[in-house]
Design a protein around this ligand. Structure first.
Ligand code: SAM
Length: 346
């Protein structure tokens, strides 16, 4: 017996787009996926969603939404920013007898902490809950979104207050490759370390740009993320992000060059070396040669150095204000840093 939900006969997505004169807005990077086989493949990449709760982000005219509904979830909630899609999404809501809710809003500022039933919350260490986030969003949205969501995963907030909720999202193919890039690979970057620290990441397959209407200039990678029970670096997101960002700021140089920018200029050389010595990491390794574990040891070393003078945590070489330090390592009130007890670490 088929477990698929049979939707009542509906006009095709192509006909609906024509009917509502819905031109994809280039300025919103709207590209619609029309190939049913590929749509089904994206939904299959999410795993078993039957009887589960699904949140689809950026449903547009609802092609992927129909495939999700066809796999018989208990409930589907879609979050769409562009009001022009309301009639098409409401058509689906009516066809499914309340199985689907439409939220008009911006997924970047949406909090899913109360979106799913209370009884679906699971301990973080337990198996993944039957809740799934799926989306084919514009690339300009999907990359900042995954950074926000990794932050939420680290804090066990937003949708991750329900446990280790998996995500299946699309990105520009090159970005998908960077997210999954292993150590020493040419694509290894900040995004690889951040994604792989908190999630098991899989680039499931690639969709040629030609499958979309209108055709984007690039191919699209479908990526599945499953939050890890224990991140490799069990430290706050903002600290990990800061250390990894600084270290990758000079990709081709020795990694210590980027790490030194974590510290005010006068302390850079000594604290940089101390950080690598404490972490037992080779300062001449290039950023892309460092494992996530080595980044973890560098983060811990950075933390222990900062704990001696917490003002170091706030130092940011890119900020114009630089908190209480200026580029020369002077305090705002003009006192040299060395007189504030930092000299003891030199
Ligand atoms: N999912 C549909 C498909 O695959 O055919 C549409 C894909 S289109 C690339 C991206 C969709 O995301 C558009 O409908 C767009 O309006 C919507 N979108 C863009 N930014 C958004 C945001 N910040 N929050 C929610 N939806 C957004």
């Amino acid at each position: 017996m088929s477990s698929r939900l049979r939707l009542p006969p509906l006009p095709s997505i192509r006909d609906l787009i024509r009917l509502y004169r819905l031109r994809a807005l280039r300025q919103l990077s709207q590209n619609f996926l029309m190939d049913q086989r590929l749509i089904d493949k994206i939904v299959r990449a999410a795993g078993r969603i039957k009887d589960g709760h699904v949140c689809e982000v950026g449903p547009g005219p609802g092609g992927i939404t129909r495939a999700i509904l066809g796999r018989n979830p208990e409930k589907v909630v879609v979050i769409e920013k562009d009001r022009r899609f309301i009639p098409m999404l409401e058509l689906l809501t009516e066809a499914t007898d309340g199985k689907m809710d439409v939220i008009i809003g911006d997924v970047l500022s949406f909090n899913m902490e109360k979106m799913f039933p209370e009884e679906m919350r699971l301990d973080w260490e337990s198996h993944t809950p039957n809740i799934h986030l799926i989306g084919n969003l514009p690339f300009s949205v999907s990359t900042p979104l995954i950074i926000r969501w990794l932050h939420a995963i680290a804090d066990k907030g937003n949708a991750w207050s329900y446990g280790r909720v998996p995500m299946t999202l699309t990105f520009q193919k090159e970005v998908a490759e960077r997210m999954t890039a292993p150590v020493t690979s040419p694509q290894r970057c900040r995004l690889s370390v951040m994604c792989q620290n908190w999630c098991n990441v899989q680039h499931v397959f690639t969709i040629p740009g030609s499958a979309f209407v209108p055709k984007p200039d690039v191919d699209v990678g479908v990526v599945h993320f499953e939050p890890k029970i224990e991140p490799i670096i069990p430290l706050p997101f903002t600290m990990v992000e800061k250390v990894v960002r600084c270290i990758f700021s000079f990709r081709q140089k020795y990694s210590i060059r980027g790490a030194e920018t974590l510290f005010p200029v006068v302390l850079r050389e000594s604290l940089g070396l101390e950080m690598y010595r404490l972490a037992d990491v080779d300062p001449r390794a290039r950023p892309f040669q460092l494992t996530v574990g080595e980044f973890g040891r560098l983060c811990s070393a950075y933390e222990s150095i900062c704990l001696r003078d917490p003002r170091l945590f706030r130092y940011n070489s890119r900020s114009s204000k630089k908190d209480s330090f200026d580029e020369e390592g002077q305090l705002e009130e003009g006192q040299p840093l060395e007189t504030q007890g930092v000299s003891s670490v030199l």
